[in-house]
Ligand binder design. Structure first.
Ligand code: ZN
Length: 312
C-alpha cells in the first residue's frame, strides 16, 4: 500500500496528516511550531515526527509517495518566499526537507489558503472553478481553476484579503496598503466597525462595547439586534463587492466561505450572497455560495492533494 503526508505549517501548531494514495485521511497529528532562531528547527521536527510515525506504523519508506506542505506565506516555484510568522525567508524547503528525511520522494509546497481551497474543492467533489475565502485574524483566499490551485507569477494568486473595498475612510492594512478587505472583514475589522457604530449611537443594541467579537456581534444580529444587523450588512457588503470583482476575473461556479468567522453560518452566507447579487455582472450573477466544511483540517487535506496532483 502507498501513503502520502499532508502537512499544514501554522504559526502555533503544525498539522501532520497521513493519507492513503487515494487521499483518505488515516491519522492526524499536531506538533508545536518551534519558532526559535527564525524557525530553524521546524523542518527537522517535522522530519523526525514523520520518520517515527512510519516506524510505528511499519510503513516502508518506499511506500511513501510524497509530502505536501502548506506554508503561511507566499510560495513560488516550490520555494518559500517569506513566512514572517515563523521566520522563514527565501527558503528551499523541498531541498532541506529532503535532506532531513533522508530519502528521495515528491515534496510540494503552496500557500496555506491556496491549499485550503484545494482541500475543500476535492472533499466537496466539485469539478468547476471555485474561489475560497477565509475570514479570521486575517482574510485570505485561494482560487482553483481547471482543478489546479493558482499560485500566480509571484506567489500572490488569491490574496483576496488585499482587494481594495473601502475608498471613503480607508484604514491601513497589515500589508501597508489602505482600505483592503482584510481591514473590514477580519476579526479586528468587524469588531472595529461595531465599536464605531456603537459610538455613533444611531442604532439600538444589547451589545456591550467591551465584549465585542464577530461571534457576539453576529449572534446578536441573528436574534434581531439592530446594530448587530447593521454590522452584518456592512461587512457582507464589503465581501460581496470583493466577490463581484473576483467573479468578472475568474468566473467561478462557487464561492466557499471559511475561517473562524464563517461559524456565523447561514446568517453571514445569505447576507454575503445578497450583497454579491447587488454588485455582480449579469454574466456572473449565478455563482453560488457555500460554507467551508473541513475547518482547520482543510490545509492538511489540500497539502495531500498537492502530492496527488503530481502523481496523475
Ligand atoms: Zn492589505
Amino acid at each position: 500500500m502507498n501513503y502520502l503526508f499532508g502537512i499544514d505549517v501554522g504559526g502555533t501548531n503544525i498539522k501532520i496528516g497521513l493519507f492513503t494514495e487515494k487521499g483518505e485521511l488515516l491519522e492526524k497529528n499536531s506538533i508545536k511550531t518551534k519558532k526559535l532562531d527564525d524557525g530553524a528547527y521546524i523542518i527537522g521536527d517535522i522530519a523526525s515526527f514523520c520518520l517515527s510515525l512510519l516506524e510505528k506504523k511499519g510503513i516502508n519508506k518506499k511506500e511513501v509517495l510524497g509530502f505536501g506542505f502548506g506554508i503561511p506565506g507566499p510560495v513560488s516555484n516550490n520555494r518559500v518566499i517569506q513566512a514572517p510568522n515563523i521566520g522563514w525567508k527565501n527558503l528551499d524547503l523541498a531541498k532541506e526537507f529532503q535532506n532531513a528525511i533522508g530519502f528521495k520522494t515528491i515534496i510540494k509546497l503552496a500557500n496555506d489558503a491556496t491549499i485550503a481551497a484545494l482541500g475543500e474543492y476535492k472533499e466537496m467533489g466539485l469539478k468547476e472553478n471555485i474561489v475560497f475565502i477565509t475570514l479570521g485574524t486575517g482574510v485570505g483566499g485561494g482560487i482553483v481553476l481547471d482543478s489546479k490551485a493558482i499560485e500566480g507569477a509571484h506567489g500572490a494568486g488569491g490574496e483576496i484579503g488585499h482587494i481594495k473595498v473601502e475608498y471613503n475612510h480607508p484604514i491601513q492594512c497589515s500589508c501597508g496598503l489602505y482600505g483592503c478587505l482584510e481591514t473590514v472583514a477580519s476579526i479586528s475589522g468587524i469588531t472595529r466597525i461595531a465599536q464605531e457604530l456603537i459610538d455613533e449611537g444611531k442604532f439600538e443594541t444589547t451589545l456591550n462595547k467591551n465584549h465585542l467579537n464577530p461571534k457576539t456581534i453576529f449572534d446578536a444580529a441573528r436574534s434581531g439586534d439592530q446594530l448587530g444587523n447593521e454590522v452584518l450588512n456592512h461587512v457582507s457588503d464589503y465581501i460581496g463587492r470583493a466577490c463581484a470583482s473576483i467573479a468578472v476575473t475568474v468566473d467561478p461556479a462557487v464561492f466557499i466561505i471559511g475561517g473562524g468567522i464563517s461559524n456565523a453560518g447561514d446568517t453571514l452566507l445569505n447576507a454575503i450572497e445578497k450583497a454579491y447579487q447587488k454588485y455582480s455582472h449579469y454574466g456572473t450573477i449565478k455563482a453560488t455560495f457555500r460554507l467551508a466544511e473541513l475547518g482547520n483540517d482543510a490545509g492538511m487535506y489540500g497539502s495531500a492533494e498537492l502530492v496527488r496532483g503530481q502523481l496523475e
